[in-house]
Every structure is written in C-alpha cells, then in structure tokens.
Design a protein around this ligand. Structure first.
Ligand code: GLN
Length: 196
C-alpha cells in the first residue's frame, strides 16, 4: 500500500491531507500520514511539504529532527514542495533568505524569491499552460507565493508565469509556487504519484 507523508508542523496541512487521500482513492487507495516528528519519513513512499511560513516550517523541521531524514529520503523518495515547501527545497535564496539565514533543505538547483508577486497581489488565480499535464490549462492558486528566478541545467521547467518559473522538477523532486491542493483539478497530484 502506498503511504504518503505530509509534513504537519505548520501551514495548510489539512487541505494537503485531503487532496492526497482523494488522489490515492482515485487510483486504488493508500494511506496519508501526518509527519510531526522524526521516525516516520523512512516508511513513506512520497512526502509533501505544504505551504505556510517557510521560516517557521524550516525551524520546526530542524527542531524535530525531520531535516536530516528528508535529506536522506530525497536521494530516492518523491518529494512535493508547494509554496513555502518550494522555498525549503531550494539551494539558493534571495537576499532576505540569505540575510535572515532561514534554514533551507538545499535539495534543488533553483534560486528562489520569497513573496515574488508582491503585497498588492497577495493571492490570485492564474490559468497555466503545463505541457506535462496535457492540453487543458491548470487553475493555479497563488497565495503570497514565491517564485523561481533561475533554474540550473538539471532542472526541468514545467510552467512559467511572466518572468518567473512557477513549477519545476529535478529528478524525484517537484516544486510548485502555487497550491494544487486548493483546486479540484487533481492532475498535479497524479503526476506526483506517478513519480513513485
Ligand atoms: N510567503 C510564505 C513564505 O515565504 C509562503 C506562502 C505560502 O506558503 N502560502 O514562507
């Protein structure tokens, strides 16, 4: 049975749990468990890092001993990071991230900018053209979203919005600036589960 672990320390956890349960139910079942401490990640087939406050989530993951487990799992286990989760997956942060020394997992060769879309556009929806999901545009919900400003050569760019990259994959790691768990469109979840 497939087991998906959702990092459940801070942020929009419940929505991710429900979306992952729904995606699993649509393809033969599986279980979703919430990760609040160390010891659970080694038994997961895939891991989701939800949106929230990346500074807080990063610090709590370190405190709970989850950080080294995710780094070890990242060698083979699919990991989806949405919004704050995207920030945490990045190897390179913007000036603010560097200055505040907020902890990053440093797993993907991407450069990220926090709150890239500014305060005026705290939250918005955009229809994105995402070729790996097929022809229909994907309804992407952005909430105080970060963006990828630059991706190195091993990174596959899955979607862009204006000057920014908003979805990217590097081997088993998937980073989305938006929130697929907040829409009824399950294509990104199935794309992620296909990575297992
Ligand atoms: N702005 C948040 C951060 O920088 C991310 C927002 C979100 O995850 N919805 O951590």
């Amino acid at each position: 049975m497939i087991r998906i672990g959702v990092i459940a320390l801070q942020g929009n956890i419940e929505e991710h749990v429900q979306a992952a349960e729904r995606a699993l139910a649509e393809r033969g079942g599986g279980e979703v468990i919430q990760i609040k401490h160390s010891g659970i990640i080694p038994g997961c087939d895939a891991i989701i890092i939800p949106g929230g406050e990346s500074t807080t989530v990063g610090r709590l993951m370190e405190r709970e001993g989850i950080t080294p487990e995710i780094k070890a799992a990242a060698k083979h286990t699919p990991i989806l990071g949405t919004c704050a989760g995207l920030i945490l997956l990045a190897k390179h942060g913007d000036e603010q991230i560097e200055r505040t020394k907020q902890p990053l997992l440093k797993l993907m060769d991407i450069h990220v900018k926090r709150n890239a879309f500014g305060r005026q556009r705290e939250s918005f929806e955009a229809l994105l053209d995402i070729p790996v999901l097929g022809g229909e545009p994907f309804p992407a919900v952005f909430i105080r979203a970060p963006a990828i400003t630059h991706a190195e050569k091993d990174v596959q760019i899955l979607a862009s919005l204006g000057e920014y990259i908003v979805a990217a994959r590097q081997k088993n790691l998937l980073a989305l600036a938006f929130h697929p768990e907040l829409t009824d469109d399950m294509r990104f979840h199935h794309y992620f589960l296909d990575m297992i």
